[in-house]
Ligand binder design. Structure first.
Ligand SMILES: C[S@@+](CC[C@H](N)C(=O)[O-])C[C@H]1O[C@@H](n2cnc3c(N)ncnc32)[C@H](O)[C@@H]1O
Length: 231
């Protein structure tokens, strides 16, 4: 993993993404090492909630944009809006859209630590039918998760859902030795990062009007947490 600091903002993220030579000049597409493995089971779970639905779904922390592209193609009745705070990720998201002929909206610059639900770009999309964030809560400070939940409480429609995918803890227990080691590695690098307790996320969600609806066990010791906006 390679830590990257965004020029100008000083913000940091982990870059496990790579570039491949597609033989196209100016190709900004980045590749996630886990996209091919993770996307099909995520789509299978999301389908139960989203298939045939309409409205705007905001993805937070879209990274390469590969998931956003796959979700756009899997759920054609929805409008999938990708976002990220980092320029190289926004460029990659747009490049995947162009390469796959996706005519959806361009990615939005969004930092979850800010009051993102009140920005003009997100105001124009509200109320959101759903929000998805994959592999974001552990590779960022807790304030990112706080901002994500606070904004979801404001921006989701009544009954709209927040989907959080990734590795989580159950109290102090990890799902597998690999997750325990991953958490230790993240915290050794940055004490503000690390796998989050599912109950901690759900409790904070309740404070923002979100009801903990489901926990889906996923391959490779990951989970999808589903929180629904209460009326
Ligand atoms: C590990 S990547 C996951 C990317 C993608 N969702 C996936 O599953 O492959 C974490 C993502 O969170 C984004 N991120 C980091 N800090 C953020 C913040 N403050 N607000 C929104 N996204 C953030 C990063 O730019 C990166 O794209």
């Amino acid at each position: 993993m390679r830590r990257v600091t965004e020029p100008g903002t000083g913000k940091r993220h982990i870059a496990r993404f790579t570039r491949k030579d597609h033989g196209l000049a100016g190709d900004h597409r980045l590749h996630s090492p886990t996209f091919e493995r993770n996307a099909p089971p995520i789509i299978a779970v999301l389908s139960a909630y989203l298939l045939g639905r309409t409205g705007n779904i905001l993805e937070i922390g879209s990274g390469t944009g590969q998931h956003a592209a796959a979700f756009t193609l899997a759920f054609p009745t929805l409008t999938w809006i990708a976002s990220d705070p980092f320029t190289e990720h926004l460029e990659s998201i747009a490049a995947w859209q162009a390469a796959l002929g996706i005519a959806g909206p361009p990615p939005v610059t969004l930092d979850a630590t800010e009051d993102w639900a009140e920005t003009p770009a997100i105001q124009a999309l509200r109320p959101l039918a759903g929000i998805y964030a994959g592999n974001v809560t552990h590779i960022s400070p807790w304030e990112v998760t706080e901002g994500l939940l606070a904004g979801a409480g404001k921006a989701l429609s009544e009954g709209g859902r927040l989907f959080l995918y990734g590795p989580f803890r159950d109290g102090t227990e990890f799902f597998g030795e690999g997750n325990r080691q991953f958490d230790a590695d993240l915290r050794a690098d940055d004490p503000d990062w690390g796998l989050r307790d599912m109950a901690h996320i759900e409790a904070l969600g309740r404070a923002h009007g979100l009801r903990a609806e489901a926990r889906h066990a996923m391959p490779a010791n990951n989970h999808i947490l589903v929180l629904a906006r209460q009326g």
